[in-house]
Design a binder for this molecule. Structure first.
Ligand SMILES: C[S@@+](CC[C@H](N)C(=O)[O-])C[C@H]1O[C@@H](n2cnc3c(N)ncnc32)[C@H](O)[C@@H]1O
Length: 317
């Protein structure tokens, strides 16, 4: 076992020990309001380039992580309903309230979207990082940021399990295991940022995405296919056989599911979606196919070199 795998396996083993189990150091970037603002507006702008005309009324997010900030950004740009579904309850009301206050200031100032200079690892990339006035219009923002409405959002996230305040509804379910946590056809847009690569049960999840959306509704996902620190090369996780991978994962509630890009494309199609945008980022510096574990040998060259993808899919009517 190489150094990376050994360190990851040791940490994975620690996850079996009560008290050491909780993942330390946060889940990603959602403890920062600027990160959340950037994530939501990047998804919105990309969806706008592929047919979305205005901010959707009902939004769901898979795997919000440390805070509900990206969904709060959706509410502050005009959405009225936000469903957040995670495997683990990472977010807490205190963090959500702090992020909300910072987001209100960002929206009030119509601040530009934080770009690669500030958030170099964040994808998707945009052509322009100007505030998207064409989607979040002055009129929409004036209504969305009115003091009584912001107060309603504050009340809703004080206990976000399922809270309605005025026109605003927030429902945070962690863990979720069953698509029935959201009524069928209740959602206009489902998004996720760096989540689908971690989901173990992709079949249930794709079926749920389809059930939640209304016909014609869109789903936007940034997915990373890298090794998440388990190897020296970005795609070195495809070297390990099943037993080695089981040891490396240890007791972690999630790591990468190691499914390449084409598996996600196939699942979107299988579950009744049309893919309208698929921005792949490729990298040839990783391992060659001679080192692939047996179960990945048939992987296409396209999958072997696809490091991440931003996918927008629309539920067929
Ligand atoms: C890398 S973090 C990303 C968090 C956040 N979206 C961000 O951009 O920082 C991965 C998140 O996916 C969540 N996750 C893993 N499996 C999941 C599942 N089956 N359903 C929903 N969320 C899941 C984790 O709990 C975690 O919050």
């Amino acid at each position: 076992m190489n150094k990376h795998a050994f360190i990851m396996a040791a940490k994975g083993l620690a996850c079996y020990v009560p008290g050491l189990r909780r993942i330390s150091g946060g889940t990603g970037g959602t403890s920062s309001a600027r990160y959340c603002y950037s994530v939501w507006l990047r998804h919105l702008v990309m969806a706008g380039r592929h047919g979305l005309m205005h901010v959707p009324a009902s939004v769901a997010e898979l795997g919000p992580g440390d805070s509900l900030g990206a969904g709060l950004a959706a509410l502050l740009s005009g959405a009225n309903r936000y469903y957040a579904l995670d495997l683990i309850e990472f977010a807490n009301p205190r963090m959500n309230l702090r992020i909300l206050d910072e987001l209100v200031e960002l929206f009030r100032g119509r601040q530009p979207i934080p770009d690669q200079a500030e958030l170099p690892a964040l994808k998707p990339l945009l052509d322009s990082y100007h505030f998207p006035h064409h989607l979040v219009t002055q009129e929409v923002l004036d209504r969305a940021l009115a003091a009584p409405r912001v107060a309603a959002i504050r009340r809703a996230i004080a206990s976000p399990a399922d809270a309605a305040s005025g026109e605003v509804r927030v429902a945070y379910r962690a863990p979720w295991h069953d698509g029935k946590v959201i009524e069928s056809g209740a959602v206009d847009l489902v998004f996720s940022q760096s989540v689908l690569q971690h989901v173990d049960d992709l079949e249930t999840t794709y079926a749920a995405l389809h059930a939640w959306l209304r016909p014609g509704g869109a789903t936007t996902h940034q997915i990373g296919f890298g090794c998440h620190g388990t190897a020296a090369e970005w795609n070195g996780h495809w070297v390990y056989g099943d037993l080695a991978w089981k040891i490396i994962r240890g007791g972690r509630p999630y790591l990468t599911n190691r499914q390449p890009h084409s598996v996600h494309v196939g699942l979107f199609r299988k579950h009744g979606f049309e893919i309208v945008c698929d921005v792949r980022r490729t990298e040839t510096s990783g391992i060659g196919r001679d080192r692939l574990a047996k179960r990945f040998r048939e992987m296409s060259d396209e999958d072997l070199t696809t490091m991440s993808a931003f996918i927008i899919a629309v539920k067929k009517a």
